[in-house]
Design a protein around this ligand. Structure first.
Ligand code: HAM
Length: 408
């Protein structure tokens, strides 16, 4: 038997229905903010992803050569593709550009619950708005999308300038190492590394900075930095918006393109893979041949949101109807089903030439109502509507039945 590739999933109809419902809610919410959906290719030139992050990232990607020897990669995320598209489309775009996307990404990772090799991101990018308002709106949109999905989570916000200031005297390589430890939430490893490179005097400030939960505590460790006014402005906008958040200066973000504000959301009950959103302010356009353009965005791990939501039925209930006929009514079934479908009612017919009683049994299993079309109904030009749960039935005209089911 041929099985699906490791780290991928098949999705059965019930799951797809749940996913489409949540996806639709998120799309609707993003539209309210004026973010418009884009799509980019599933594969890109490999360089698009290595130009900022270096060759190291190749081990985490699906990389291949096409028949002309081009090096390509399946997209591991959509921020670089979105910015590549922004640069290619160029001047025709009005600023700020507000884009959102819902697409699959591919990462060659060790699969586990909530971590897959093909997974979906719902993300947004605000390109060309270098303001505290812009940063705040991106955070609020991410928060709102997760709220709309119905998931329980905490929002943590940091700023890369905090650690940048504290670690200013380290080499780039050591800064990167410390950042990687913090990203994995391994504070002790970060401290040990500071000791190893004879920066013991930074150990205590690092612990204090990681533990700081107010801006005053942060600036007490690193002093008033040039970005302080802008950072305070952004947080005061968030406070006025009544968005609950925690300040967390230890947020480092795994990707290399972030420059300023960074934020992450964590869901309850997901175990190790509990980060359901990651984002921040970044600069990428100049690397792809465009002007240096401040941008900010985030991506939601859609599959993790679905795991966090569980399987309870939060899809709005809609009655399901099955047309049940005797031989006399059989060839009218599709026509009458059409009338109900035209009115938005989910309606199925027997496609297997089953007997009347077998059709009734199927209706009992799969439908809320049966519409019976037998000899008498055909003669009188009506139908019998049977409530399969209550067992009650009544004779109605088609418009009467449609009215009744539409308000059910
Ligand atoms: P990221 O943190 O790498 O950021 O990914 C965003 C989210 O995608 C994560 O928080 C997680 O929920 C989900 N995710 C990542 N890897 C997997 C996986 N293997 N399986 C399931 N879910 C996963 C980015 O990708 C940035 N492009 C976000 C961004 C947009 N920053 C600015 N704009």
């Amino acid at each position: 038997m041929i099985q699906k590739p490791r780290g991928t999933r098949d999705m059965l109809p019930d799951e797809m229905e749940r996913r489409r419902e949540i996806e639709a809610r998120m799309r609707g919410q993003a539209r309210l903010y004026g973010f418009q959906e884009i799509a980019t290719p599933v594969f890109e030139e490999l360089e698009l992803f290595t130009i900022r992050s270096g060759e190291g990232i190749i081990s985490e990607m699906y990389v291949f050569e096409d028949k002309s020897g081009r090096s390509l990669a399946l997209r591991p995320e959509l921020t670089a593709p979105a910015l590549r598209m922004y640069v290619e489309e160029g001047r025709s775009l009005n600023k700020p550009v507000k884009w959102c996307y819902f697409s699959d990404c591919f990462r060659y990772e060790r699969p586990q619950k909530g971590r897959y090799r093909q997974f979906w991101q719902f993300g947004a990018e605000l390109i060309g708005a270098d303001t505290a308002m812009g940063d705040a709106e991106v955070i609020i949109l991410g928060y709102d999308l997760l709220k709309t999905a119905g998931v329980k989570f905490v929002l943590r916000i940091g700023h890369l300038s905090f650690m940048r200031t504290l670690l200013a005297d380290l080499t780039d390589e050591d800064k990167k190492k410390i950042r990687a430890f913090l990203d994995k939430r391994e504070e002790n490893a970060a401290i040990n590394h500071l000791r190893d490179i004879d920066f013991d005097h930074l150990c205590e400030p690092l612990v204090r900075l990681c533990g700081a939960r107010t801006l005053d505590e942060v600036f007490a460790v690193i002093g008033e930095i040039p970005e302080a006014a802008r950072i305070r402005e952004m947080f005061s906008i968030l406070d006025l918006s009544e968005i609950p958040y925690e300040i967390n200066p230890a947020i480092a973000r795994g990707l290399d393109y972030y420059t300023g504000m960074v934020f992450e959301c964590f869901a309850e009950g997901l175990g190790a893979e509990n980060q359901i959103l990651g984002g921040g302010a970044y600069r990428l356009a100049h690397l792809f041949g465009g002007e240096d353009t401040p941008s900010a965005g985030f991506a939601i791990g859609f599959d993790r949101v679905m795991v966090a939501l569980g399987e309870e039925s939060w899809i709005p209930w809609q009655p399901k109807v099955m047309i049940v006929t005797t031989n006399e009514g059989r060839n009218r079934a599709l026509y009458i089903a059409g009338e109900f479908r035209m009115n938005g009612i989910i309606t199925e017919t027997d496609l297997m030439n089953r007997s009347f009683s077998a059709q009734m049994k199927a209706a009992g299993k799969n439908a809320d109502y049966a519409i019976i079309i037998g000899k008498d109904e055909v003669a009188a030009g009506i139908i019998t509507l049977k409530d399969m749960k209550a067992g009650t039935q009544e004779k109605l005209t088609v418009p009467e039945a449609i009215r009744k089911l539409s308000s059910a």
